[in-house]
Design a protein around this ligand. Structure first.
Ligand SMILES: [Zn+2]
Ligand SMILES: [Zn+2]
Length: 357
């Protein structure tokens, strides 16, 4: 392994803007050690970042050494990241705390708790994860299993906030509706230890139309009414390769997908997106300049109006770039054909805030 700091011997690719209300960042790589993630975040000019605390596709990873943990903390301090508020690790994809199989549930729980312990070793205040799936079991029982495991994890840790990510509504996934998020949180004993991360791609694919300022506002209003404003802890900011309500989780670069650039301009100006991690998970193909450019684009849109001609031109350019990668829905189930039928009615589609299940 090459000495880790040498990669940035000639400086970082992007300047990091300080004093911003909006903490734009990305899910950066942590290969070679978690402290490398800090440098990768700094390299793209991020003001917040996400990372995996262990290999996201393996059950077992070696523990984080004391020296690696202190290097992580030192680099956070040097580069101006507060691990309590600016770092949002992502849990492994295969962890399913709602698994109806007891043995598998226990294995998932151990992996989850291990991640939370890693957060606390690193002084990290937030941990984001997918709420899992009921598989072929009962949805409501799965919600209870998930909440039971979150309660247990809270009792076995001391500070880290467990941040549930909303899902795109595929299959038996939990957390694709605001009602699901509410139902889980209702069962949590220590409510100040739980939060929600809203992924814009998942939100849209789950059927919530957030493409415009009015749509985004209406969604946030529903969030506040159904889940509770105090739980909003982070955003994942991704465009979507699939259309509204398609129930597929396919991230796209900002402005390239069916969401379009406007919602990201809204996020770059909204009172409810200030001072929390706003994490890009857009496809970057390992090229850090894609995220660096997106962060600068988001920062550029702060303070700009929807009808700003430069914003409109930019939105148009990005839409054109993404045209070829748009996925056109194929009606394969009853639900899908129903959705397509209702989409032909534009008024209905505009007003649509579909609740699934
Ligand atoms: Zn996620
Ligand atoms: Zn996400």
């Amino acid at each position: 392994m090459p000495p880790k700091k040498d990669r940035f011997a000639n400086g970082f690719l992007y300047p990091k803007t300080t004093g911003l209300k909006y903490k734009f960042g990305a899910h950066v790589g942590a290969s070679g050690g978690v402290s490398n993630a800090v440098l990768n975040a700094r390299n793209i000019g991020a003001n917040s970042f996400a990372l995996f605390l262990k290999s996201p596709r393996k059950w077992d990873s070696p523990p984080i050494s004391k020296s690696e943990a202190s290097e992580f903390k030192r680099l956070c301090e040097v580069h101006g990241y507060d691990p309590k508020t600016d770092v949002l690790p992502h849990g492994s994809y295969f962890i399913n705390l709602a698994n109806p199989d007891e043995e598998k549930e226990a294995k998932a729980y151990n992996g989850f708790l291990d991640d939370l312990h890693r957060c606390e070793e690193l002084g990290i205040g937030l941990f984001n994860f997918h709420p899992g799936s009921s598989l072929d079991g009962d949805h409501n029982e799965a919600i209870h299993r998930l909440a039971k495991n979150i309660n247990r994890a809270i009792s076995e840790t001391s500070t880290v906030k467990i941040v549930i990510e909303n899902m795109a509504g595929h299959g038996n996934l939990l957390g694709s509706t605001l009602e699901d998020l509410r139902d889980v949180i209702e069962l949590i004993d220590e409510k100040d230890r739980v939060g929600v991360c809203l992924d814009t791609c998942h939100t849209f694919a789950a059927g919530y139309d957030i493409r415009t300022e009015d749509g985004f506002d209406a969604f946030i209003k529903s969030f506040d009414e159904i889940v509770g404003a105090q739980y909003l802890s982070a955003f994942h900011i991704n465009d979507s390769k699939v259309d509204l309500g398609a129930n597929r989780d396919l991230h796209q670069r900002l402005g390239w997908g069916y969401l379009g650039l406007e919602v990201f301009r809204v996020i770059a100006n909204h009172p409810r997106t200030q001072d929390i991690p706003l994490i890009l998970e857009t496809p970057s193909g390992e090229d850090p300049s894609i995220w660096g450019d997106e962060i600068k684009l988001l920062e550029w849109m702060t303070g700009r109006e929807p009808e700003d001609p430069e914003v409109l031109t930019k939105a148009d350019t990005e839409t054109k770039k993404g045209m070829k990668e748009r996925i056109v829905a194929k009606p394969s189930s009853k639900a899908k054909s129903k959705k397509r039928a209702s989409k032909d009615d534009t008024t209905q589609s505009k007003l649509k805030m579909t609740k699934r299940k």
